[in-house]
Design a protein around this ligand. Structure first.
Ligand SMILES: Nc1ncnc2c1ncn2[C@@H]1O[C@H](COP(=O)(O)OP(=O)(O)OP(=O)(O)O)[C@@H](O)[C@H]1O
Length: 205
């Protein structure tokens, strides 16, 4: 399996954001997206994940292999940590690996109501979801927000030693150094000219 992106252009709110993006990510590999705030990392990830249509270009990946994780944790406050993970496993028809609690430092929190977790603990639970849903291609938008240094390392270890080691793929927008061996794609050169404030927009001034 691999992810092949060819001459992709993406838009947000009807305005072009990035154009001409091409790359390939092979099984067992990750790609880190870089670029300043507002360049279009979230828009690109949402398009790659099939949550919004591309303006042009193609994303070639098996659709049922894909998962997208946004800034939001998407956890159910009324359920315990274990119940949250069991819920996601159920939705995706997978068996929850018990190792996921250790991998995301949730062992001591198994019976806690998710609503009572700290921001970083909620984030760890949100990321642990990725460990139970069995999706091979992960699109991750700022996955380490709210995490302390120890938890960032823990997540990077899971990504490298479990997900990528099992031939997974990850495309990650992040401003921090995850410490994993992955190429980086700087998005600034792909900024759409209309997005830069030129062209048509100036006709309205
Ligand atoms: N609903 C919207 N309508 C129009 N434009 C939007 C909308 N949401 C975001 N944008 C704009 O689209 C551009 C790309 O936003 P996007 O969230 O993809 O950037 P980003 O690189 O992920 O930013 P950050 O690093 O701050 O998360 C930005 O200029 C943003 O202001």
């Amino acid at each position: 399996m691999k992810l092949t992106v060819t001459d992709l252009s993406v838009a947000r709110g009807g305005a072009p954001v990035l154009s001409g993006v091409s790359f390939v990510v092979n099984a067992g590999s990750a790609l880190v997206l870089r670029g300043p705030n507002g360049i279009g990392k979230t828009t690109l990830l949402r398009t790659l994940a099939g949550l919004q249509p591309a303006v042009s270009g193609t994303v070639d990946v098996p659709e049922d292999a894909v998962a997208y994780a946004s800034h939001a944790d998407g956890i159910k406050a009324q359920l315990t940590v274990t119940e949250n993970l069991a819920f996601w496993a159920d939705v995706h028809g997978t068996t929850m690996p018990d190792s996921v609690f250790g991998a995301f430092d949730l062992d001591d929190l198994r019976t806690r109501l998710a609503g009572t977790l700290s921001a970083g603990q909620k984030r760890r639970l949100g990321l642990a979801r990725l460990g139970v849903i069995g999706r091979k291609v992960l699109f991750l938008d700022e996955p380490t927000v709210s995490l302390d240094g120890f938890s960032v390392k823990m997540f990077a270890n899971w990504l490298r030693d479990v997900h990528l080691a099992q031939d997974g793929i990850a495309v990650i927008a992040t401003h921090v150094d995850l410490g994993i061996d992955a190429p980086e794609l700087e998005l600034t050169p792909f900024k759409s000219t209309a997005h830069a404030g030129g062209g048509l927009d100036e006709a309205f001034l």
